[in-house]
Design a protein around this ligand. Structure first.
Ligand code: ZN
Length: 76
């Protein structure tokens, strides 16, 4: 039996090049006005959103609420 594989995003992955949720790739793949949600087991990141002006927002789970913050593409 193998232990269950945890899924990490590119912001917190302990395996440098290996991660399940590449935030930059997710952001670039998003159509403006759309959200992509994912589950990271390493941090509170839960979803990413791109608005019509190509601003990128990252949602972190705080308690039971999602908190959106604008992020720069170089940070993710
Ligand atoms: Zn993460």
């Amino acid at each position: 039996m193998y232990p269950p594989m945890a899924e990490y995003c590119s912001q917190c992955s302990p395996y440098k090049a290996e991660h399940d949720h590449d935030l930059l790739a997710l952001a670039l793949a998003l159509t403006p006005g759309h959200t992509s949600s994912f589950l990271c087991e390493g941090c509170a990141n839960r979803a990413i959103y791109r608005d019509e002006e190509d601003r990128i927002y990252l949602a972190k789970l705080v308690g039971e609420e999602l908190k959106w913050t604008e992020v720069n593409l170089v940070e993710i």
